[in-house]
Design a protein around this ligand. Structure first.
Ligand SMILES: [Zn+2]
Length: 510
């Protein structure tokens, strides 16, 4: 699914509600679209299937940020929209092949799509297309056509269609499936908009340095899927019918002489992370056991190194999730040998090694100690300075929590604080900071970090709860004669007032 919007539904809400937001039939303003997006995102963030897997998030951001930068350079992304919209991309655990754009610059990507793309270039082609629907203001145009609808109704429709787009095996999707199909047919972009998103998206992804072949590769893949698969596992196809015209249009954008069919050999890192997406989105031990069967198949060695690395990564991770540490280590050691030939693949293998030891609760292993260097995990060695990537920092937080060593916890808490100054919307980092503060017996700070994690997911009521709990503790402490922490108290008070303003604004909108 690309986007779900009611195009032809009749007004069901209170018409008076619509006018201030949607205006007089001209395009929806950027700030109005952002407010609608926030309303939808707030619900979306509560979905337990939303997943912030730091490793996959890191990979997706490595594609997403260059696309945004290219769209700025090309002028597709104007400074106004850049500032007004969220430009946030969230991952869903779902196995269906899907990516979608929502109002206000929120984007969704299912692990199922990550599991089938053959390269970063293919991923870039899908994300570039979705990004362009938003920069070209297709969403505001669709909403404006629907100015009979209250924003609340539009939000509810979008959320309903999102829920229904999940894999059939995911919970109660079958119940809403019928409704969703009829809604879906009313909720799509026009053909002209799809063509424009292809054209602009292609320009953005090539400007960002991705291979143009990725666009064609993705089309090829979707077309094959359309022939083989009509089970609903490819919701992206329902909203993006592959017309021959659209295919020909894309082919014509390729440089002269470029081959028209694409047989991309996935890079090693890509193969490993595709395996990760598959493991994370698979349910049940049978699927996890299959990885081991593939890894132990004698024919594995005859495959390309990238494919071997993918299978070994999946097998090691699957074994770890089944709590079989011995098996996980065995497959991981094989992986490490294969991955050693490429620096990024080797790094990804090391991260997986740390996860395996964290799951086995064994902090004495070399792979843990290597990442523990910069946080002084080994008291005999001085802490080294390191430039860390987000997954490494979050792994360090887990190491610190498991180690229980005060010095280590302090160092990681400090590096998380520094990180969060630049990335205040990183809810997962706030959650880890809250855990580390709890381990330090800093209950006020823990509550405040927990409140910030909720703000990052637009849950202002939840944030206010935490801040009020912190103020209750401060009162109880001063009543019992404990010296008051004035600085912390004033930070909490100021933050509480800001959150109350946000809550009031939210109440006015609904
Ligand atoms: Zn589209």
């Amino acid at each position: 699914m690309c986007l779900v919007l009611p195009v032809s539904l009749q007004a069901q809400g209170n018409p008076a509600n619509t006018l201030p937001l949607l205006g007089d039939g001209s395009d929806m303003s950027a700030s109005a679209e952002r407010r609608l997006g926030d309303r939808i995102a707030r619900e979306l963030f509560r979905d337990p299937d939303l997943i912030d897997d730091p490793v996959l998030t890191d990979y997706v951001q490595g594609v997403w940020q260059p696309l945004l930068a290219a769209a700025r350079v090309r002028g597709d992304l104007t400074p106004e929209l850049d500032e007004r919209f969220a430009w946030r991309i969230v991952l869903g655990r779902d196995r269906s092949v899907n990516a979608f754009a929502l109002p206000g610059g929120y984007f969704g990507l299912h692990l199922g799509l990550l599991a089938v793309v053959n390269s970063r270039d293919e991923l870039a082609s899908v994300l570039g297309h979705e990004l362009s629907h938003v920069t070209q203001r297709h969403i505001s145009r669709l909403i404006s056509k629907n100015n009979q609808q209250t924003p609340w109704m539009i939000g509810a429709m979008i959320l309903g269609a999102l829920a229904a787009s999940k894999s059939p095996e995911a919970g109660n999707a079958l119940i809403v499936g019928g409704q969703a199909l009829s809604a879906q047919s009313q909720l799509n972009f026009s053909r002209d908009m799809e063509r424009e998103a292809d054209r602009v998206g292609f320009g953005v992804m090539t400007q960002a340095g991705f291979e143009a072949q990725g666009f064609v590769g993705m089309f090829d893949k979707l077309q094959q899927a359309a022939r083989l698969n009509d089970t609903g596992a490819y919701p992206y196809l329902r909203s993006h019918p592959l017309t021959t015209e659209r295919m020909a249009d894309m082919q014509s954008r390729l440089p002269l002489g470029a081959p028209h069919t694409v047989d991309v050999v996935p890079g090693m890192t890509h193969a490993m992370l595709t395996a990760r997406a598959r493991v994370l989105s698979s349910s049940g031990v049978d699927a996890l056991r299959l990885w081991r069967a593939q890894a132990d198949d004698a024919r594995l060695v005859s495959q390309a190194p990238a494919q071997q690395a993918g299978i070994l990564y999946g097998a090691a991770m699957a074994a770890s999730r089944m709590r079989d540490a011995a098996q996980a280590r065995k497959q991981w050691e094989r992986l490490q040998q294969v991955a050693a030939q490429e620096p990024e693949a080797a790094r990804q293998a090391r991260w997986l090694g740390v996860e395996i030891e964290l799951a086995a609760r064994d902090l004495s292993r070399p792979q843990i100690l290597a990442l523990g260097d910069s946080i002084g995990l080994d008291p005999a060695k001085p802490a080294a300075v390191a430039q860390l990537r987000r997954p490494e920092m979050l792994l360090q937080a887990q190491i610190a929590a498991q180690s229980g060593q005060i010095g280590v916890i302090d160092r990681v808490a400090q590096s998380l604080q520094v990180w969060l100054v630049g990335e205040p919307q990183d809810a997962l980092a706030w959650q880890w900071l809250a855990s580390l503060y709890t381990a330090q017996n800093q209950s006020l700070r823990a509550l405040r970090a927990d409140a910030e994690a909720r703000v990052a997911q637009l849950d202002y009521a939840g944030a206010l709860d935490r801040l009020m709990a912190a103020q209750d503790r401060l009162k109880a402490a001063s009543a019992s004669g404990t010296p008051a922490d004035h600085i912390e108290a004033s930070i909490i008070d100021a933050r509480r007032r800001q959150i109350e303003v946000l809550l009031k604004e939210q109440a006015l909108e609904s």
